[in-house]
Design a binder for this molecule. Structure first.
Ligand code: NAD
Length: 257
């Protein structure tokens, strides 16, 4: 390995940029800085005008719509990737969704439909993406998703997203085991709380930020550049024997409990 941090020549798909506060933006920027060529998606027409300048800034080779709940859109994205590059080296899944009425109530009260939708968009879509990425990674690759500590321990107000992130982290382990023999690695990044659009849907989020800064061993919050550095490392050859794990980017908060 000449340069363990270089992503020169690597092709990556980044899903989850909504704006310049998104974790996926921090990751994509770091990956581009290390030389990766990127395919970037946007949720829908409404989101397009916010994501397009970012795609231009990062010189994205592909810029496509992707709502994982719209049948066929994910397949179209992967067809475009195959047509353009014939392969994929890494993939970042950085999306989550839960209906407000289910997210803001107790798990005990959450609806079957709300639970299924949150699980589908926030977890099963990563499984679907991994399946589509597998044939594009004949020489191995890196699949990444973004989790949160609330999938491990009870965090007030995280509610429905707790079991969803637990399922996501366990899917990471099973898929890492299944795809390991092909050299395809599967990992999650688990950042501490960050003020993003998705986070604004969590009740009492400012308290969560305050607690994180106060209680984390490093007594600080993390930012999207911190997440980006770790994602770029996971995308590259320097992490070629790391798989099936969740890397916490949380100033050490997870060891406090
Ligand atoms: P964000 O709002 O910037 O990103 C969420 C993304 O999910 C958006 O780009 C949105 O378009 C996308 N999305 C939602 N529904 C979708 C669908 N049906 N199809 C395709 N995309 C869809 O917020 P973020 O905080 O950057 O969230 C990214 C990931 O990070 C999420 O998985 C979130 O749970 C996780 N995370 C966030 C924090 C935090 O504190 N912000 C902490 C840990 C983990």
């Amino acid at each position: 390995m000449d340069n363990i941090f270089s992503l020169e020549g690597k092709k990556g798909l980044v899903v989850g940029i909504a704006n310049n506060k998104s974790i996926a933006y921090g990751c994509a920027a770091a990956m581009r800085k290390q030389g990766a060529d990127l395919a970037i998606t946007y949720l829908n027409d409404k989101a397009e005008k916010f994501v397009r300048p970012i795609a231009e800034e990062l010189e994205a080779k592909l810029f496509l719509p992707l709502d994982v709940s719209v049948e066929g859109q994910l397949e179209t994205v992967f067809e475009a990737v195959e047509k353009t590059w014939g392969k994929l080296d890494f993939l970042l899944h950085s999306i989550a969704f839960a209906p407000k009425e289910d997210l803001h109530g107790r798990i005990v009260d959450c609806s079957a439909a709300g639970f299924a939708l949150a699980m589908d968009i926030s977890c099963h879509s990563f499984i679907r993406m991994s399946k589509l990425a597998e044939p594009l990674m004949p020489d191995g690759g890196s699949l990444m998703t973004v989790s949160y500590y609330g999938g491990r321990k009870v965090v007030e107000n995280y509610n429905l997203m707790g079991p969803v992130k637990a399922a996501l982290e366990m899917s990471v382990k099973y898929m890492a085991s299944e795809l390991g023999p092909k050299g395809i690695r599967v990992n999650a990044i688990s950042p501490g709380p960050l003020k993003t659009r998705a986070a604004s849907g969590i009740a009492g989020f400012d308290d969560l930020l305050e607690q994180a800064a106060k209680r984390a061993p490093q007594h600080q919050l993390v930012d999207i550049d911190d997440c980006g550095a770790v994602a770029a490392f996971l995308a590259g050859d320097g992490s070629k024997t790391i798989t099936g794990t969740t890397l916490f980017v949380d100033a050490g908060y997870h060891i406090i409990g």
